[in-house]
Write a protein that binds this ligand. Structure first.
Ligand SMILES: Cc1cc2nc3c(=O)[nH]c(=O)nc-3n(C[C@H](O)[C@H](O)[C@H](O)COP(=O)(O)OP(=O)(O)OC[C@H]3O[C@@H](n4cnc5c(N)ncnc54)[C@H](O)[C@@H]3O)c2cc1C
Length: 343
């Protein structure tokens, strides 16, 4: 049986391990942390990632932990005015999760002996294939690739609020945005993106923003980084996957979605072909798509946190008046992806 070592037990590494086991590989996941867990914040998965999870046979088990977020349709201004409102049949909801819960479901799909925690990997392990899913600061990318370092784009503050009932929405302010997703169990997760100030600046924005901030115990602060394009995700039998390969800004909500796409694409290629040909196919399929996503997300983020009133006004106008067909075209490029067949 061919053997793979997956370095990193994040969403990308766990999904890769599930996918490789599905095609009959033996897999070991090496994770540096003493305990496997995700941070206390939320994230959404779009239809492209959910289709990939369906192909792995775990979509329905994952959906049990999701709330459906109308963020894709509800676009607002800080006053509360709607630029667009979610319309059933026109706007596609996203599946929103507490990160820890999504991570736990993925972990539950793997036998306990597959995961080794407390194992920081600093050299290429011996295996038929090494999947480097070791995140945006990837040791493997630094070791084997002549790659640029990730760049800081802006700052995000995030939290999970308890005891609230909200609908998903995205509020565009000048120089900052505020995004809300409902979560199962009367909770909500939120994210504020800005180049300057944190939550204080949005306390006077429309409800439920002040209510969410008041109902949040812990606020996380992260620098938003992304990675310039790499010429290849493959070096010998080592393959980069997820943020290690193509960390993107969160402006399309696609970082984890792309890691999940990577995992299913890699497994499908390895099912059909020997390792070198499969990795060449992975590169052919993943490079153009992940570059397009990274580029689009970066551009969207630049305008979303721009302090320039003209840029803000233009984005608000476009959001309000862009014809349906154009909105559909731009989202279709991201969401209409279908996974290769695994079965
Ligand atoms: C504010 C914010 C909001 C986001 N929102 C969304 C969203 O709504 N939807 C979406 O799809 N994506 C979103 N993302 C992106 C998403 O979180 C990431 O793309 C995704 O979690 C990346 O997963 P990964 O497994 O590639 O990397 P990581 O989650 O970073 O996992 C890497 C793992 O590797 C381990 N590791 C690192 N080095 C080593 C080593 N040398 N040896 C062993 N283990 C190692 C780490 O400990 C870690 O567990 C968001 C990101 C941010 C910052």
């Amino acid at each position: 049986m061919p053997e793979a070592v997956v370095v990193g037990g994040g969403i990308g590494g766990l999904t890769a391990a599930i996918a490789l086991r599905r095609i009959g590989w033996s897999v070991e996941v090496l994770e540096q942390a003493a305990e496997l867990k995700e941070v206390g914040a939320g994230l959404s998965l779009a239809t492209n990632a959910m289709r990939a999870l369906d192909e792995l046979g775990i979509g329905d088990r994952v959906r049990e932990h999701a709330a459906f977020s109308q963020v894709t349709g509800n676009q607002r201004l800080p006053s509360g005015r709607y630029l667009r409102r979610f319309r059933e049949g026109r706007d596609v909801p996203l599946a929103a999760f507490h990160r820890a819960e999504l991570h736990r479901v993925l972990l539950g799909e793997l036998p306990g002996d597959v995961i080794r925690t407390g194992r920081r990997v600093t050299a290429v392990p011996y295996a038929d294939l090494v999947v480097a899913a070791d995140g945006v600061h990837s040791t493997f990318r630094n070791l084997l690739w002549d790659a640029p370092q990730p760049r800081r784009r802006y700052t995000a503050w995030r939290g999970v609020a308890e005891g609230v009932e909200v609908e998903g929405s995205f509020t565009l302010g000048r120089g900052r945005y505020f995004m809300i997703h409902p979560l199962p169990g009367g909770r909500a997760c939120w994210a504020l993106g800005s180049r300057a100030d944190g939550p204080e600046a949005v306390r006077t924005w429309h409800e439920p923003i002040p209510e969410l901030l008041a109902a949040t115990e812990t606020v996380l602060r992260n620098e938003i980084l992304d990675l310039g394009p790499l010429p290849s995700y493959v070096h010998g039998n080592v393959v980069l996957l997820g943020d290690a390969a193509h960390a993107v800004t969160p402006d399309l909500g696609q970082g984890a979605c792309q890691a999940i796409e990577d995992a299913v694409t890699l497994a499908a290629a390895l099912r059909d072909e020997p390792v070198p040909a499969a990795l060449a196919r992975y590169d052919r399929e993943r490079l153009p798509r992940t570059r397009m996503i990274a580029h689009t997300a970066r551009r969207k983020g630049e305008t979303a946190v721009s302090p320039n009133p003209l840029v803000h006004g233009l984005v608000a106008l476009t959001t309000r008046w862009l014809p349906e067909a154009a909105v559909r075209r731009s989202t279709a490029r991201v969401w209409d992806w279908s996974p290769p067949r695994l079965s």
